[in-house]
Design a protein around this ligand. Structure first.
Ligand code: ADP
Ligand code: MG
Length: 214
């Protein structure tokens, strides 16, 4: 029962994402201060706080509706580079899952791939450019591999989150080729990309949402 990826799960995911982003607001600000302009934690916290208000006003009926609610809110509230990128990610995920009331592992993996592809279409980053793609791309690959090996949806989520965390860590030694951090050249070395860090937090929240029985 706790592993059913339905509208209630999607809503828990967004609520837990809001909580973990709020908890890590300062940490994300500090990562962005080191290699950007220091607003990532604040931007994301503002966006996810607005998502909480919308969820309170009108709980989504399907996972796709939850993702679209998140997309619209993040696009209008987050600003910066990350707002449109996360907005596109959630919008593409929402389109990928359509009206499904429950997601199985393979739709879930497709939704993650669609989200990643949307970020790439918009931001043109490749793996190794020190962006959120360094978290999303390994997550997508791990999810697809988990589906291929017959994993259940929970294990697909777990694989994605674990790969995203490793992907975020992998940005530490990189020079950035996209976004504000790219202006720093070698001075970006030794700092984690803030968008990769927030992406890993959000994907881990999806696992926690599936562990919490409604
Ligand atoms: P801004 O850079 O406008 O201040 P944020 O600080 O909110 O926006 O977000 C910065 C994050 O956005 C970066 O850490 C990186 O992960 C992500 N990002 C920036 N540009 C791109 C891009 N072209 N493709 C993918 N992700 C990007
Ligand atoms: Mg910034």
């Amino acid at each position: 029962m706790s592993q059913i990826l339905d509208a209630a799960w999607a809503e828990r995911w967004l609520r837990l994402s809001a909580a973990v982003i709020a908890e890590n607001r300062m940490a994300l600000i500090e990562l962005d201060r080191a290699i950007g302009d220091g607003d990532h934690g604040e931007n994301m916290d503002r966006g996810f706080s607005a998502i909480l208000e919308k969820l309170d006003a009108e709980p989504p009926a399907t996972p796709g509706a939850a993702f679209k609610l998140a997309a619209m809110t993040l696009m209008s509230k987050v600003g910066g580079a990350a707002g449109p990128l996360y907005g596109t990610a959630f919008l593409r995920a929402g389109t990928a899952v359509g009206d499904a009331t429950e997601l199985d592992g393979s739709i879930l993996a497709e939704a993650l791939a669609a989200a990643r592809d949307g970020v790439v279409a918009r931001g043109k980053a490749e793996v190794g450019d020190k962006t959120m793609i360094d978290a999303w791309s390994p997550a997508v690959d791990a999810a697809a591999a988990a589906v291929a090996s017959g994993a259940d949806p929970m294990a697909v989520l777990e694989a994605a989150a674990t790969a995203a965390e490793a992907g975020a860590l992998s940005t530490d030694p990189l020079i950035a080729h996209k976004g504000r951090a790219s202006y720093l050249g070698e001075r970006a070395i030794g700092h984690r990309d803030p968008g990769a860090a927030s992406s890993a937090l959000i994907l881990r929240a999806a696992v926690h949402a599936a562990q919490d029985a409604a």
